[in-house]
Write a protein that binds this ligand. Sequence first.
Ligand SMILES: Nc1ncnc2c1ncn2[C@@H]1O[C@H](COP(=O)(O)OP(=O)(O)OP(=O)(O)O)[C@@H](O)[C@H]1O
Ligand SMILES: [Mg+2]
Length: 312
Amino acid sequence: MEIVSVINYKGGVGKTTVTSNLAADLAWNGKSVLILDMDAQASLTFSFMAPDYWDRHIKDTKTIKSWFDCISQGNPTMPLSELRVRPEVVNNFLKSRSRTGCIDLISSHLGLINVDLELATLLGGASPTQTQQKYLKVHGKLREELNALSAEMNYDVVLIDCPPNFNIVTKNALIASDKILIPAKPDYLSTLGIDYLKKSVESLISDFNWYANKDDVHSEASPEFMGVVFTMIQITSGNPISAQQQYISQTKRLGVPVFETMFRENKTIFADAPRNGMPVVLNSYSNNTHSDIVAEIEEFVSEFSDKMEGLA
Ligand SMILES: Nc1ncnc2c1ncn2[C@@H]1O[C@H](COP(=O)(O)OP(=O)(O)OP(=O)(O)O)[C@@H](O)[C@H]1O
Ligand SMILES: [Mg+2]
């Protein structure tokens, strides 16, 4: 079971769109996928589930917020497997096409925004040993529980849709991850942000490992940068426009791997998909542009799978 965080602390760069389409195409190819929505905006959740269903059946007991609340209240956490739901629309579609893959979801909650503050209050400690234990507990808990889930369930991959920030919830996701995928727009500020993100992750992992090395229970975390996938590309004559191309080249010079395949910009096709509970890659083609976009997403997923041992 490979765990991948999809992150960029710039907002609106396509993290959720990449996560949902990646999950959908992997499931189409027969993989069992768990998606974990760690963003209080709950965009990934509502890309697969109607808000009124979430409100009636999920909100109070079956979101990642309930799980974090246990930690901040000092109670034992429920196993993550208890929080999973199987979104109907997409899974019925996969079944109807005789596909063996599936997508399970652990939902987010709009109240997750307050969880960080509560977790932060747990971090104060009277002695260095207490500080170490609290740091490891607050930052390493998701990692521990995903390890337990991996022993219990047969998922091929877990995709974590991170919020556009670097708070404790996000740090839990990064520490739990085997790989980190960075969707980004090719523009000036996003390119600056990638370098900063990379350094922040390296510093987080180094802090975590410093504490983990002093402790018998926790092992080191070592997530690997899978690379940047560029999104919202404007295409002219089959290539990104030159204003975007220069930022793509600049990112390659940062030493971060860059996916060859990119998500092109198309407001019409991408805007409506979440409302229907079906990512773009699984929708039937409305025109040639749509089929080109689907082909590009499939190519991206194939490149992604090649980079994951055991998933190709
Ligand atoms: N390739 C694309 N072309 C056009 N619009 C897109 C594309 N990808 C995503 N969008 C749209 O851009 C908006 C932001 O996308 P998305 O929610 O995936 O970004 P995000 O990085 O997850 O945002 P946030 O930081 O708020 O979580 C959405 O309205 C989405 O429909
Ligand atoms: Mg998002």
